[in-house]
Design a protein around this ligand. Structure first.
Ligand code: PMT
Length: 397
């Protein structure tokens, strides 16, 4: 997600997980955010402020009353400037103070003075995490409106096993993006399909295509950030499982069709970014096909067209298709839009550099049911996902 123009105040409290806050800072600045870092004295024992200063490009704030910083920015100004305030790692001590309204240092005064959303990413020993005092404090902060990224399970720095490990930086980053995104898809249930399908020839071989799933996963993540309930029906891909999204893994086109049809009734929007195989082998051999003769002829039969099936439903959700083309982009895409009874189609010429399969960017042309056409420039799949969702929002009315 693009965080250009957003100011994030990253508060780092003392714990071994401080090094992960460095990675979080990198993700935030890479997304274009201006990041102001506050460190507690304990945090500076683990990683020096210089690291955060270098990576954020801004001075690190450590003291409540620093004459120079107070003149330039001050703790109230930090609180005012924030679009979101993230505490990562958040110790039991800091959560205890915040839950009880104590404001005796830069961290606590800034959190109390801000009207921006506050995100806590706790990290501590498993017994501290389960202690009734801690549980009560966390609950209190949730009731006050703070968001919490739960810690993960695993081996803790103190040697114990259990819950208490700071969530991964990517997970915290995703939660920050959600806080900064417009919540204009709340109440929508959006089903996204992503990735390729695999049509098996035998237990070892299959027919597939180059789809990486990046476009579909970007759409699913963007829709979730904007408040939608998201169901992601995904072919086999090598991408991280997105958090907070219902993931339905499938392999073949027939499995994808079943997964989509079972869920479509609950959906207000379906976006089909998946590259579905049009044909499958008539016969799947139970045994490995042996090398015999100079030629092997495989007979294929048509797969069901999932999107066309959705277009024929009497009560159908808003339908967005994709068209991967290698020539006559507009003609083929317009024909698919009409034949499949879609509201919108995202046409991409996969022969263009930076577009289509297995790259981080795309170049798309949007075609609408009413004949409108929108030509888009090269952009990241994340940016395109948000733009598609803007148009979906418009079509939903
Ligand atoms: O996954 P990435 O590496 O990020 O690449 C993204 C992408 C190139 C896969 C994506 O941008 C894209 O173009 N997806 C659609 C590819 C495709 O299958 O296009 P198509 O023209 O064959 O199909 C048209 C539409 O019908 C698609 O929405 C497709 O999901 C759907 N379809 C196709 C065949 C079929 N049997 N059932 C379907 O539902």
């Amino acid at each position: 997600m693009n965080l250009q123009g957003k100011t994030i105040v990253l508060v780092v409290t003392g714990g071994i997980a401080v090094y992960k806050a460095v990675e979080l800072l990198r993700l935030l600045t890479k997304a274009g955010a201006t990041v102001q870092v506050i460190m507690t004295r304990a945090a500076t024992e683990f990683v020096t402020p210089l690291t955060f200063q270098t990576l954020s490009g801004n001075p690190v704030h450590t003291e409540l009353f620093n004459l120079i910083q107070e003149q330039e920015i001050g703790h109230i100004s930090l609180a005012d400037r924030a679009d979101a305030l993230v505490i990562a790692p958040a110790t039991a001590n800091c959560i205890g103070k915040l839950a009880n309204g104590i404001a005796d240092d830069l961290l606590t005064t800034t959190v109390m003075a801000t009207t921006a959303p506050v995100l806590l990413a706790p990290a501590m020993n498993v017994n501290m995490y389960q202690h009734p005092a801690y549980r009560q404090n966390e609950q209190k902060l949730r009731q006050m409106g703070c968001q919490v990224v739960d810690p993960e399970q695993g081996e803790l720095a103190c040697g114990w096993q259990g819950t208490g490990r700071l969530a991964r930086p990517e997970v915290i980053f995703e939660a920050v993006c959600r806080l900064c995104a417009p919540q204009d898809l709340v109440g929508q249930t959006i089903l996204v399909t992503a990735g390729p399908t695999r049509e098996e020839l035998d237990p070892i071989r299959f027919i597939s295509n180059h789809s990486s799933g990046r476009m579909g996963y970007a759409l699913a993540r963007a829709a979730q950030r904007r408040g939608a309930r998201v169901i992601l029906v995904s072919g086999p891909v090598a991408l991280d499982r997105p958090t907070g999204i219902e993931l339905v893994p499938v392999a073949s086109a027939c499995q994808m069709q079943q997964a989509v049809m079972e869920r479509v009734e609950a959906c207000t929007v379906v976006i089909k970014a998946a590259a579905v195989a049009d044909y499958r082998p008539v016969q799947r051999s139970d045994q490995k096909i042996k090398k015999e003769g100079e030629r092997l002829v495989v007979e294929l039969e048509r797969n069901p067209d999932i999107l066309a099936g959705l277009g024929r439903l009497t009560r159908r959700p808003l339908l967005v298709g994709f068209a991967a083309e290698t020539g006559d982009l507009q003609g083929h895409a317009a024909a698919k839009l009409a034949a499949k009874n879609l509201d919108m189609i995202v046409a991409n010429d996969v022969t263009q550099e930076g577009a289509g399969f297995n790259v981080a960017t795309n170049i798309a042309r949007l075609l609408f049911r009413d004949g409108r056409v929108e030509e888009l420039a090269l952009m990241s799949k994340e940016e395109l996902a948000d733009l598609i969702l803007d148009r979906v929002r418009g079509l939903l009315g």
